[in-house]
Design a protein around this ligand. Sequence first.
Ligand code: DOR
Ligand code: ZN
Length: 352
Amino acid sequence: MKEEIKSIIVKTPDDWHLHLRESPIIEKVLPYSYKSYGRAIIMPNLEIPIITFSQAKRYYEKIKYLIKTGNNFEPLMTLFLSEDTKVQDINEGVKSGIIKAIKFYPKGVTTNSSGGIKNLSKIYKLLEKIADFGIPLLIHGETSNTEIDIYDREAYFLEETVLGIRKNIPNLKIVLEHITTKESVDYVLESKKNVAATVTAHHLIINRNHIFDGGMRPHFYCRPIAKREEHRIAVRAAATSGNSKFFLGTDSAPHFDHNKENSCGCAGIFSSPNALGYVAQVFDEDSCINNLENFISINGAKFYNLPLNSSLTKFRKFKEAIKYPEKIKIGKNMITLFNPGYPLYWENDILP
Ligand code: DOR
Ligand code: ZN
C-alpha cells in the first residue's frame, strides 16, 4: 500500500489549452484528458487546420465518439484564424455552442501554423466581430519575425501586436496563451478587464537551461521556448497566487519521438498524463496548495463564462514517488512524456 501523506479535494479541473491531434495519436492521448479533466479547449492546428465550422464539427464528433461511456468530458472547440476566415463560420460555430474561442497564430510561428496571420490589417474586421460574439481570442503571443532573438519574441509581440489590438478593440476578450515572460505577467496584471493568460505545467518548472543541460534535450523544446529563470519565477508566482486572470492550459502537444529527436525537431511537450500531478506539486512546494483550485478549476471557467464542473477531484500526495511511463507507444512509434527530472508525488482522481 502506498502511504498517503496529504490530500485536497477540489472541483474537477479543466485544461484550457490542449492538442489532441488526429489518428492514430488522438486515440492514445485523449483518455489522459477525459479521465482527469471536465473539459478542454481543443487546439485547431491539425495538418489541415480547422478553419470552418463544418471541419470543427467533424473533429468535435470524432472526439465525442472516442470518449468512453461514463466519462463526462466535454471538448470545447476552437477555430484557426486565417486571413480568409468567414464571419459566417464563427457565427454558426458560436450559435451551435460548439465553438468556444478563436485561435490566433502568427504565420509560421509553430506546428502547422503556415496558414496563420501575416497581415494583421486583413483580420481587423474579424476581430471586431469576435469581440461582438463575446468569445475569447486565444493568442499565440510570439512574433514569427526570425530577426528577433527567439528569447525576445514574446515580449516583442506583446508590444508590436497585442497592445494595438487591445487599444483598438478594448471589448475583445483575449487569452495570452502559455505565457513565459515577466512582461506578459505584468501586462495581464495591469489590464483592467478582458485579458487573461494560460500557463503550462512545464513553464512553471523548466527554464531555458533545461533545454541544454548536459546536451540538447528535444523533449524540453516547445514554443514559446522556456526563458530565463527570472521569467519562470514571475510566471510561477502569478499562477500560484490564485489570481483570477491566470489558469492552467497544459499545451500538451504530442509529437512522435522521431520528429522531435531530429535535425529539425518539432516544438511541443507531451504532458497530459502528468501535468496535473506536477502542478499540484508546484503549488505544494510553494505553500500555495489552497490556491490550486482557483488555477485549475475556477479561473478559466469564469473567464469563459462557463459553469464550474459539478464533479470533485481528489489530489493525494504519497510518500513514495508515483511511477509513470517514460514513453507511450503508438504502433511502432513512441511519444516521450514530460519528465522534469525529479520525482512526482501527487496523483489525482475524479471522485464518483
Ligand atoms: O510547443 C508547441 N507545440 N507550441 C505550440 O504553440 C504548438 C504546439 C504543437 O502543436 O506542436
Ligand atoms: Zn499549443
